[in-house]
Write a protein that binds this ligand. Sequence first.
Ligand SMILES: Cc1cc2c(cc1C)N(C[C@H](O)[C@H](O)[C@H](O)COP(=O)(O)OP(=O)(O)OC[C@H]1O[C@@H](n3cnc4c(N)ncnc43)[C@H](O)[C@@H]1O)c1[nH]c(=O)[nH]c(=O)c1N2
Ligand SMILES: CCCCC(=O)C(=O)O
Ligand SMILES: [Mn+2]
Length: 470
Amino acid sequence: FKRYKSISPSIDKLHSELSAIVGKKNAVSSLAAREHHNHDESHHTGGSPAIVVWPNSVQEVSEVARACYLNSVPMIPFGTGTGLEGGVIPKTESVTVNLTNMDAISDLNIEDFDVRVQPGVTRKALNREIRNTGLWFPVDPGADASICGMVATGASGTNAVRYGTIKHNVLNLEVVLADGTILNTGGSKRRCRKSSAGYNLTELFIGSEGTLGFITSATVRLHGMPESTLSAVCSFPSVQDAVNTSIQVLQYSIPIARIEFLDNVAIKAVNNFSKLENKIAPTLFLEFHGSEAGAKEQVNQVAEIAAANGGTQFKWAETVEERSKLWQARHDTFYALLALKPGNKGYSTDVCVPISQLPAAIEHSLSIVEKYGILCGIAGHVGDGNYHCLLMLDSDNESEVLRAKMAAEEIGRKAIFLGGSCTGEHGIGIGKRELLKEEVGLETLNVMKGIKNVLDPRNLMNPFKGLPEI
Ligand SMILES: Cc1cc2c(cc1C)N(C[C@H](O)[C@H](O)[C@H](O)COP(=O)(O)OP(=O)(O)OC[C@H]1O[C@@H](n3cnc4c(N)ncnc43)[C@H](O)[C@@H]1O)c1[nH]c(=O)[nH]c(=O)c1N2
Ligand SMILES: CCCCC(=O)C(=O)O
Ligand SMILES: [Mn+2]
């Protein structure tokens, strides 16, 4: 294989040092390894890492970090590469640290509803492992992402309206800082539901996108499996009617488990891709969890609200298979939309607004994509006020790339204007660094920069991501 030819001698020296730490076969600069680590699932592009390492323990991560730190070479943590903001893409000559070899699930406390996972554990792997305990881990970005990667991006998904986002489900983190220091954000072995002890360093690392350190294990909360689960689809005369239904469901404090919006384009795409037969109309995918009586009561209340907004009768997913087909289709919406224009890349926006502002935000988004002439499908976790416009673009078409970028920026800016965020769950990554500045303001940004400077004074942890340049 072709070995990477570095421009700086320090990389060759570092390669030998890293091989001595993780073993020769776990410190690689082959073209295949470099290309595997030069992209995520987004449209973003950049360079390839100079070296990829696969540490096997937290001590090895610490020694790898120490070696990179002493050689002043940037490091990029790599989970499962399903991110949508280019977070794992190198922007300078870097070492990518692939954490998937560390895949232990430990400290399962069934009575306390918690468990500890290393970065190689994905959400599906955890749920497989604990399936006979009556517990589950509900945070579900469509992809089978690593749970530590989900912590790093501040992820959520379709269940957040009922079970919270990853932020609400983390009790403690073990992290390795740029200089190799190992620490537990809540203190060693802490796994209590609440703590007022000191600054909340656990939340500091949630959504830090690899810019503050490596997350080498996460202690997360589990939930009891519901006794009864009912799923249904309901279509509406207009986007507003569907969105108003979800707002009213929340206003009545109905503890709905999932309430997901898909527009006409997205419904057409999932029908084709996942062989469903939904009416082409603004649609809600719904799920209810509870005791048998409790879930039915929720259904009756939501059916009444939907009908008052012109919704059709619920179409039920009757069997377990039908239910998982429905939610797999929702999770595959990104790929379903891309299949509408084969060869295109997807540029996903991710705004989150106060729920009362959803109708105005979505209406504005639709006018923006029309203005820029971009094909777009909308899928949203409307129960959280969070939705995605997936802008389809041909990456060889410069004008289209530019127009999509401008559209995404205007959509993000409008959300900020409405009291919302430019990213509800995907993160800032490469593309939203300027919007972050507009969202939090200069004073807050300066505090963030100060924190970055304390934890990573040489700016070696995933530079050019998250924060605008210092
Ligand atoms: C089809 C589809 C659908 C969705 C999504 C993706 C795809 C392909 N996502 C996005 C994605 O799954 C989500 O951002 C995951 O949290 C990324 O986890 P990975 O392990 O793949 O991180 P990945 O390897 O892509 O890294 C992402 C970022 O986190 C950092 N990182 C990763 N592991 C780390 C660690 N152990 N320590 C420190 N930093 C680390 C990286 O450096 C990078 O900056 C999503 N998301 C979502 O929130 N809701 C959703 O609905 C969806 N839906
Ligand atoms: C098209 C949306 C991008 C992925 C995502 O976050 C989701 O499906 O919810
Ligand atoms: Mn999403």
